[in-house]
Design a binder for this molecule. Structure first.
Ligand SMILES: Nc1ncnc2c1ncn2[C@@H]1O[C@H](COP(=O)(O)OP(=O)(O)OP(=O)(O)O)[C@@H](O)[C@H]1O
Length: 275
């Protein structure tokens, strides 16, 4: 549960991001409080991953300001944990899950050749916390998608970050593994007040734990609770084309009409957001 009396974990003020000469979004105003869970939605190419990169200090803003735990984001900071989009590791890669997690110690994501005894103990703890002890010494490319994802989460959390960024962490996971991964993330934010920003094309699996949504569309954006943002009126306004939001047995289905935005989504032809 978010605490309103503390400084925001993340704060965008009149923020503008330009990538490759194109303005992805601008005038963005968003505070994310400690312990808050924010889902970032929108069609392909609207700048969701780029927003995470700005938070990681990898992309500078073209205007406005951005702070993470009160400071400008810097590359490699241990304040921010990052679970990147899933990439398949080569089965012949020598890297073990344990090595991957070790790279997360103190934000040194690109290697830590000689971990100290204390670092090794932290790695063991982080691996145990995600339930990955049994396969931590197996080459990571031989593990299932869900097992790999647990180890990525351990890597992202080992530096005890204030903010956890997740880029489509549920892609290619079955329902069981989706639930396992979400449970890990949700437990963490409850136990440590970690703010979560999760990019996703599938809102339904995370709907029960989402506090707010940031919805990006073609340079425009909307923020609010799921009930506020996921309405036909709000999304029609945002997309500039008729959109219907349906609620079916607790699931949200967004249906575009005419020049529908769903063409640019990963989902089926009529469902913009659905699991
Ligand atoms: N380094 C770069 N140079 C030029 N253009 C880039 C660069 N990185 C990203 N882009 C472009 O910026 C736009 C936003 O990319 P981004 O990955 O942030 O989108 P996204 O909303 O996360 O999309 P998706 O849902 O497909 O993952 C895209 O058009 C992309 O091609």
């Amino acid at each position: 549960m978010a605490h309103t009396d503390r400084q925001p974990a993340v704060s965008f003020r009149d923020a503008k991001l330009v990538v490759g000469g194109r303005t992805l979004w601008e005038h963005l105003e968003l505070d994310v409080l400690p312990g808050e869970f924010v889902a970032i939605l929108g069609p392909n190419g609207t700048g969701k991953t780029s927003l995470l990169k700005a938070l990681l200090g990898l992309l500078p803003l073209a205007g406005g300001s951005l702070t993470v735990a009160g400071r400008e984001p810097t590359r490699g900071s241990s304040t921010v944990g990052y679970v990147p989009q899933q990439k398949i590791f080569d089965a012949d890669l020598g890297l073990r899950g344990r090595d991957l997690v070790t790279m997360g110690v103190d934000g040194h994501r690109f290697g830590m050749p000689w971990p100290t005894r204390a670092a090794r103990a932290r790695v063991d703890e982080a691996i145990e916390a995600v339930g990955a002890t049994a396969y931590a010494n197996v080459p990571i490319g031989r593990l299932s998608g869900g097992e790999q994802q647990r180890l990525r989460i351990a890597q992202a959390l080992i530096s005890d970050p204030d903010v956890l960024l997740c880029d489509e962490p549920l892609t290619s996971l079955d329902l069981n593994h989706q639930e396992g991964v979400l449970d890990l993330i949700d437990r963490r934010r409850r136990a440590s007040d970690t703010a979560i920003l999760m990019v996703t094309h599938e809102i339904n699996p995370i709907l029960p734990m989402v506090d707010r949504i940031l919805y990006l569309v073609s340079g425009n954006w909307a923020t609010g609770t799921p009930e506020e943002v996921l309405t036909s009126e709000r999304l029609t306004q945002l997309y500039g084309t008729p959109i219907d939001v349906l609620r079916v047995r607790g699931r949200v289905i967004v249906v575009g009409g005419g020049e529908s935005p769903d063409k640019s989504h990963h989902c089926g032809p009529t469902e913009v957001i659905a699991s």
